[in-house]
Design a protein around this ligand. Structure first.
Ligand code: SF4
Length: 217
C-alpha cells in the first residue's frame, strides 16, 4: 500500500489521537477486567468502519460461508487472546478440552510446516463459519476483499477498500500505542500460540498486567 505524504500524515495523526484516548481511558495502572473490556471498543469501531464503508461504496465480496481468509495466519494481541480465553470459560469442559487438543495439534503443524505460512483452517472454523464470530480478533474483523476468486486462489494482492484499511490501521495501531503507554505488551501473537498461552498459563492475565511479554511456547 503506497500512501502519499498527506495520507501518511493523516494516518499518523489518527494513530496518535486514538492512542491518547486509549491511554487516557486505561490510566496508569488499569485493572485486568478494564483492560480486557477496552479492547471490545476497538472491535466495535472496526465493525462500524467496515459497515459504513460498505454502505458508502462498493460492497466487499465477503459473504457468510466464504472462509478463504480463515486458512491464513491470524495474529492477535495478548489482550485479545486473554479476552477470548475468558469468553471460552463458559464452554462445557468437554468442548474446552477438544479445543485445547485442536490448538496443540495446529501448533505442532505450524511448527513442523515446510512453508513459512501454510494454509491451515483456523480451529474456530466450523462448516465454513466462524464459531466465535462475536469475539473474533481485530484482524479478522478488518479482513475484506472485492474478489472472492482472488482469495480462493491465494492471490498475493487482494483488492481492498483503502478507506477501511486506513481506518482499521489507525484504530489498531492507536489502540496498541495506548496499551503500550499503560505499560502493557501488545506484541502480536499467532492466534493458536496466543490462545494456548492464555488458556494454559494460570496467571497469564496477571503476568501481562505486570508488563511481561508472552513467552514462546
Ligand atoms: S477467528 Fe473466526 S474469523 Fe478469524 S480466522 Fe478463525 S474462524 Fe476465521
Amino acid at each position: 500500500m503506497q500512501l502519499g505524504e498527506q495520507e501518511q500524515a493523516a494516518l499518523k495523526a489518527s494513530i496518535v489521537q486514538v492512542g491518547q484516548r486509549v491511554a487516557r481511558e486505561l490510566g496508569e495502572r488499569p485493572e485486568l477486567e478494564q483492560a480486557l473490556h477496552m479492547v471490545g471498543f476497538l472491535h466495535a469501531a472496526i465493525d462500524k468502519t467496515v459497515a459504513q464503508a460498505a454502505l458508502r461504496g462498493q460492497a466487499p465480496a465477503c459473504q457468510a460461508g466464504c472462509a478463504s481468509c480463515c486458512h491464513l495466519r491470524v495474529e492477535v494481541s495478548p489482550v485479545e487472546a486473554l479476552r477470548l480465553a475468558g469468553c471460552l470459560q463458559d464452554w462445557p469442559e468437554a468442548r474446552r478440552q477438544d479445543l485445547l487438543q485442536r490448538l496443540r495439534l495446529r501448533l505442532a503443524l505450524l511448527e513442523n510446516a515446510r512453508e513459512p505460512a501454510p494454509r491451515l483452517p483456523c480451529v474456530f472454523l466450523q462448516d465454513n463459519m466462524c464459531s466465535i464470530y462475536p469475539w473474533r480478533p481485530a484482524n479478522c474483523r478488518k479482513a475484506h476483499s472485492f474478489s472472492a476468486a482472488d482469495c480462493q486462489q491465494g492471490a498475493v494482492h487482494i483488492q481492498q477498500d483503502l478507506a477501511i484499511t486506513l481506518a482499521a490501521e489507525a484504530l489498531q495501531a492507536g489502540t496498541a500505542q495506548g496499551y503500550r503507554q499503560a505499560g502493557l505488551s501488545m506484541a502480536p501473537l499467532e492466534l493458536t500460540h496466543g490462545l494456548l498461552w492464555a488458556l494454559e498459563q494460570p496467571s497469564a492475565g496477571e503476568l501481562w498486567l505486570d508488563g511481561k511479554d508472552v513467552p514462546p511456547l
